[in-house]
Design a protein around this ligand. Structure first.
Ligand SMILES: Cc1cc2nc3c(=O)[nH]c(=O)nc-3n(C[C@H](O)[C@H](O)[C@H](O)COP(=O)(O)OP(=O)(O)OC[C@H]3O[C@@H](n4cnc5c(N)ncnc54)[C@H](O)[C@@H]3O)c2cc1C
Length: 372
């Protein structure tokens, strides 16, 4: 059975029926995560040698996109899991890799901080030596998807002793000294537990360093970014598809007493077409990025960054259009569009934010250094 054939019944029987309730109650999608784990889908990108499905980024984007059509919050939990699992696969211990492959371990990224905000490549949190084989981590992480729900955090800090901007660690989420000071009660993605996480002297084995000391920037940009931005783009693409499907269903079945459906209004059809163009444009940009990641090319970094910015901005437009063409009806929760509209707002401000990506793209266009 393919990964999508395994996924479909989970979406239809668990994810979609619970999506509105989880959103209303800001409740973590625990049942969905358990089902995805049992089906092997949390181990989708884990190597076969540790018991995983041994699939790659293209298949991961398909999984995330399909889930996002009906529950972007669950899709973002899976996105952050695949993002963290990518680095654990490359640099992490075999026992955790096996747990992820078996669907018993959920991970996430803990990069954003109250000090460095969305500039995740320059953390201000610290790691200090504790004997020869441990470090103590202190941090104020600002927003961590699956906070208090994940089994581990893929964590950034300043280097221990080396030069460079950062070092990446694998932190057991049950470690003493970790706390999540307040639950998430956000505008959108309300079910994904994106809460702050504080660390006070959290003891981590040196062996749980992901990459070399001071080499965090390379790990972030070379090992992680291609996966992370394509998956976030795929959440945006999935939710756009979900919003358009719901909008089309509404305008083709809703009519006036005098005769004719909403779909018979030409202005409304033009808006729908523009939304479709924006969505398919984002798909095209993602296809180019995935091609460059698979086959290489001088413009790989630019294409990878572009995919997130284009999809995030398109999602703002498409969900805005879906709300508008459905009129006042779209304000009703049962139509299902307002949840996707709220959920769509996150991608543009999730790091690297659209503004930061656009600045980097323009610097490349103008032959300027990427960072001063
Ligand atoms: C739902 C949700 C889930 C999240 N999950 C995670 C997670 O799992 N792990 C994690 O590490 N983080 C996570 N984040 C945090 C996210 O990645 C960003 O760090 C965070 O949203 C940025 O918010 P901020 O208030 O710190 O932004 P700020 O950095 O204060 O930015 C404010 C504004 O300034 C703009 N800006 C900032 N720098 C520049 C620049 N150099 N040039 C131009 N404009 C700039 C930004 O685009 C933004 O519009 C999550 C965020 C959300 C909303």
């Amino acid at each position: 059975m393919s990964h999508l054939e395994k996924l479909e019944p989970i979406v239809e029987t668990i994810i979609l029926p619970r999506a509105a309730e989880l959103d209303r109650e800001a409740r973590f999608p625990r049942e969905a995560i358990a089902a995805l784990g049992e089906a092997g889908l949390l181990g989708l990108i884990s190597a076969k040698e540790v018991g995983g499905m041994g699939l790659g980024l293209a298949e991961a984007t398909e999984v995330v996109e399909r889930i996002a059509r009906d529950c972007p919050a669950t899709a973002m939990v899976v996105t952050m899991h695949y993002a963290g699992a990518t680095l654990i696969e490359m640099h992490g211990p075999a026992d955790i890799r096996r747990e992820i492959a078996a669907g018993r371990h959920l991970t996430t990224l803990a990069w954003s901080e109250t000090g460095s905000r969305s500039h995740f490549w320059a953390p201000v949190s610290t790691a200090t030596a504790d004997g020869d084989d441990h470090v103590l981590l202190d941090a104020s992480k600002s927003m961590v998807t699956s906070a208090g729900e994940a089994d581990s955090y893929v964590w950034s800090s300043q280097p221990l002793a080396a030069g460079g901007a950062s070092t990446i660690w694998l932190v057991d989420a049950r470690s003493d000294g970790l706390s999540s000071p307040r639950p998430f009660d956000g505008l959108g993605l309300r079910a994904n537990a994106s809460a702050p996480v504080a660390a006070k002297g959290v003891r981590v084995p040196l062996a749980h360093r992901l990459g070399g000391d001071g080499e965090g920037q390379g790990v972030m940009f070379n090992d992680e970014l291609p996966t992370f931005v394509n998956l976030i783009a795929s959440v945006s693409i999935g939710l756009m598809e979900g919003a358009l499907q719901r909008a089309v269903a509404h305008v083709t079945k809703t009519g006036f007493a005098a005769g004719g459906t909403l779909a018979e209004l030409p202005t409304l059809r033009a808006q729908l077409a523009q939304a479709r163009n924006a969505l398919d444009g984002a798909r095209g940009v993602r296809a180019v990025a995935l091609d460059r990641i698979a086959n290489g090319g001088d413009d790989t970094f630019m294409r990878v960054l572009q995919t997130k910015a284009v999809a995030a901005e398109a999602a703002l437009l498409v969900t805005d259009t879906a709300m508008r063409v459905c009129g006042g009806a779209a304000f009703r929760k049962d139509v299902g569009i307002e949840r996707l509209f709220r959920d769509s707002r996150a991608a543009a401000v999730m790091a690297p934010t659209t503004d930061v990506i656009n600045d980097l793209l323009a610097r490349m266009m103008c032959g300027m250094p990427l960072m001063e």
